[in-house]
Design a binder for this molecule. Structure first.
Ligand SMILES: CCCCCCCC/C=C\CCCCCCCCCC(=O)SCCNC(=O)CCNC(=O)[C@H](O)C(C)(C)COP(=O)(O)OP(=O)(O)OC[C@H]1O[C@@H](n2cnc3c(N)ncnc32)[C@H](O)[C@@H]1OP(=O)(O)O
Ligand SMILES: Cc1cc2nc3c(=O)[nH]c(=O)nc-3n(C[C@H](O)[C@H](O)[C@H](O)COP(=O)(O)OP(=O)(O)OC[C@H]3O[C@@H](n4cnc5c(N)ncnc54)[C@H](O)[C@@H]3O)c2cc1C
Length: 701
């Protein structure tokens, strides 16, 4: 290395020393330099932590939901973090086969822990979360078992659930096909009843009927809940779920008539490629009649279709359950990205140095705050709306068990809408966190590229986000059209006050006036009601409602977003009306709640202005208040992300390390890259040296 290289390095290191004054001796491998090494065990963020204006331990409990939930999650996080079998830093460098084998190994080790330590289902769920590697087990526990629980008869549950829960069979959820995903009624796989043998014949009549995408199907599953067109007596009777064995329980080979495999590599390194999303075709595969999930409809021995008093929509019930869990996961993924970006923003310094003093921490730039703090506030908002949605789902489940189906449409609209809202925002938020970390955010060791790659399909799976918002729109349009004779309840109760929401305008006169939950909720209610009513009025102009719906669908999607944002804002405010113990905890959450609401109001001010609820002056006052709120978040930023209680293992990020010891660890990690195993790159003699040594014939070059 030449002198200029060495002086560049020395300058870099003097900068590091300037930023983190406790570096003592770093060995620069490959450069023959003996540089100073950092002091392990030093907390570079301790000054930040001293600024906290609230009780961090109490905030951890508020985030977890209860002391018991906190302790359980903390125990599982540490169990995983302290077990070398769950190492994950090499994951992005593994080839596909190694990657899948590694995932199978981790899943087996996880299962061994679950059995040996006799973990409860709740503990096992957290254990899988902290193992932090998408695997067939997600679909087995997250969809296969819930599908049987929700759509199976008591007899079917008795037969299949013990096998599945002991993992004596492995299942997946095979709904989507090559040709159809969103349009479930358009699925082509057939299940034809044969009264001679009392069996269903599962068949894939076309290429496009091949099942395509189911997670765990490609290589792991022995069974699947397969969604297919029920054909009895030559007639189509809707799409239903069937339990089908795919592979031998002895040697795992596909059963006769079953063609099954993996669909190939997906976006990103490591990331979702640990999952064996699969393709499946049936060639007249026979299954016993009692393997059709029969809670909704039954096929008798004689080939008669019997409808129970359960609505047909219950066939979609597993999706309601999973969408609810996806909302909870959104807060986890967003909080994780925000934790990384916040800690790094406090470590990173750029510009502003005077007289050789330290430069400005980038977290102190107002632009950084205006991008980062709304994401932090959203992580908390999604956490609380997720908690509420879990309650709503549990309530619906209990009602369904008692044959009360009245709240199913609202549960469907809420889970579909909030799944869409939270996953779209989180996917964008993770990418924003990468940008907030500047160049280093693009390194795999920042943890952000893999998190992004794993997360973005959440905008598509379990229902494309636009398709789901259109479902919310149908629910809203129906609610508006029934206003004259039916009192709206639940999350649409505000529509009952539609006359005043259409007439009254915002009364806020000062920036402080926005620090009022009533004013905030009314603003969001008025915007949502006015947008829904406007869509209803527009739709009424069309003779054919379906044609009108299609024509206005972009506006309908915006009205749905307004309705869903209202739900998140009001559930955050409702949460703050509860008792939240701990010094300063409630006050700090109040600040975040206002940040969330006023950030949305600022971002969507076009809606609030166009519907005539706000004046430009009032919108501008909201923005003034937002700036003040950012200053209130600033001293608490690091401890607010500490309150997520994430281990360094789970975060998987050098930039987000708890101790903030970023630069030495980034430097160290670079040297662990296999490319740095040798000084001279493999291929040099074949491909580089000949160029260097070439004798040029054209003098001009
Ligand atoms: C750094 C590394 C980090 C690692 C991190 C690791 C952590 C782990 C990470 C990830 C693991 C996560 C695991 C997640 C796994 C992914 C799982 C994905 C699984 C899937 O995708 S399964 C397939 C899902 N498919 C869909 O969602 C299809 C979407 N389509 C539909 O839902 C419907 O078909 C439709 C609603 C769009 C259909 O519309 P339409 O044709 O109009 O519908 P109809 O059939 O006619 O029925 C309309 C009628 O039914 C009502 N309704 C519709 N859906 C439901 C429902 N779900 N529940 C109740 N009711 C419903 C609808 O309102 C209509 O009612 P009405 O007639 O108006 O009264
Ligand atoms: C990582 C991953 C895992 C998955 N896991 C599973 C699994 O385990 N089991 C399973 O069965 N499936 C699974 N899926 C499939 C998934 O559920 C579907 O991909 C999803 O439901 C979207 O359907 P689609 O692919 O048909 O999209 P399409 O419907 O083809 O969407 C394409 C575009 O068309 C638009 N569009 C479609 N319909 C309308 C409409 N009516 N109005 C306006 N716009 C519309 C969409 O907004 C989108 O922009 C998985 C998918 C992924 C990516």
């Amino acid at each position: 290395m030449g002198l200029s290289g060495i002086s560049l390095l020395t300058t870099t290191y003097s900068l590091i020393l300037q930023h983190q004054s406790l570096l003592l001796c770093l060995r620069a491998k490959g450069f023959g330099l003996d540089l100073k090494k950092d002091m392990e065990g030093v907390d570079y963020l301790s000054d930040e932590r001293k600024k906290a204006q609230f009780d961090v331990e109490a905030m951890k409990i508020a985030w977890a939901g209860s002391l018991e939930a906190f302790q359980l999650s903390d125990r599982m996080a540490k169990l995983v973090a302290n077990d070398p079998a769950f190492e994950k830093f090499t994951r992005p460098m593994l080839g596909r086969k190694e990657l899948i084998k590694n995932t199978l190994r981790k899943a087996a080790h996880g299962w061994k822990l679950i059995v040996d330590l006799r973990l409860t289902e709740e503990e096992a769920k957290w254990l899988r979360l902290y193992i932090d590697e998408p695997a067939y087990t997600d679909l087995h526990w997250g969809m296969f078992i819930p599908a049987i629980e929700g759509q199976g008869t008591e007899e079917q549950k008795k037969k299949w659930l013990p096998l599945a829960k002991k993992m004596q069979i492995i299942g997946c959820y095979a709904q989507t096909e090559l040709g159809h995903g969103s349009n479930v009624q358009g699925l082509e796989t057939t299940a034809t009843f044969d009264p001679q043998t009392d069996e269903f014949i599962m068949h894939s009549p076309t290429l496009t009927s091949s099942k395509w995408w189911p997670g765990g199907l490609g290589k792991a599953s022995t069974h699947a809940v397969v969604y297919a067109r029920l054909i009895v007596g030559g007639e189509f009777h809707g799409v239903h779920g069937f339990i089908v064995q795919l592979r031998s329980l002895d040697d795992h080979s596909p059963l006769p008539g079953v063609t099954v495999g993996d669909i190939g590599m997906k976006f990103g390194n490591g990331a979702y490629n640990t999952m064996d999303n699969g393709v499946l075709r049936f060639d007249h595969v026979r299954i016993p009649r009692d393997q059709m999930l029969m809670r909704v409809s039954q096929v008798t021995r004689e080939g008669k279709i019997m409808q129970s008093d359960v609505p047909r929509q219950l066939i979609y019930g597993t999706m309601v359950y999973v969408r609810q869990t996806i909302v909870a996961d959104a807060s986890k993924a967003l909080s994780r990205a925000v934790c990384i970006a916040t800690r790094y923003s406090a470590i990173r310094r750029q510009f502003g140095s005077r007289n050789g003093g330290p430069e400005t921490q980038v977290i102190d730039y107002k632009t950084q705050q205006s991008r980062l703090f709304p994401l932090l506030a959203s992580a908390y908002a999604f956490r609380f709306v997720g908690e509420w949605l879990k309650w709503l789902y549990t309530d619906v489940k209990e009602r369904l068990a008692a044959n009360d189906f009245s709240t199913l449409p609202e549960a469907h609209a809420c889970t579909a809408g909030l799944k869409s809202l939270t996953t779209s925002f989180t996917a964008d938020g993770i990418e924003e966190c990468r940008k907030l970390c500047g160049g280093h955010g693009y390194l795999v060791s920042s943890g952000l590229p893999e998190l992004f790659a794993v997360y973005i399909p959440a905008c598509t799976y379990e229902g494309d986000n636009v398709v789901l918002l259109l479902q919310v729109a149908r629910f809203l349009v129906k609610t508006v059209s029934e206003l004259g004779y039916k009192k709206p309840v639940g999350t649409t109760a505000y529509m009952g006050r539609v006359a005043s929401l259409m007439q009254n305008n915002c009364a806020v006169q000062t920036a402080e006036g926005w620090l009022n939950p009533g004013a905030v909720v009314e603003a969001f209610e008025s915007r949502a009601a006015r947008m829904a009513v406007r869509c209803g009025q527009q739709l009424a102009k069309y003779e054919n409602p379906e044609e009108g719906f299609a024509e206005l669908s972009a506006d309908l999607v915006e009205a749905s977003i307004a309705h869903c944002q209202l739900i998140v804002v009001s559930k955050f405010i409702e949460k703050l009306q509860q008792d939240i113990p701990g010094k300063g905890v409630k006050q700090t959450l109040e600040v975040l709640c206002y940040v969330y609401a006023l950030f949305l109001l600022h971002k969507h001010q076009g809606d609030f202005l166009a519907t005539g609820y706000l004046t430009p002056k009032q919108a501008s006052l909201a923005n003034d208040q937002l700036r003040t709120l950012y200053s209130k978040v600033r001293p608490n930023a690091i401890t607010l992300v500490d309150s997520f209680n994430y281990t360094d293992h789970y975060l998987g990020s050098i930039l987000g390390r708890y101790d903030g010891n970023v630069y030495p660890k980034l430097y160290e990690a670079a040297w662990k890259d296999p490319l740095n195993d040798s000084d001279v790159v493999d291929g040099f003699y074949e491909y580089v040296q000949p160029i260097l040594k070439q004798k040029l014939r054209t003098a001009k070059l």
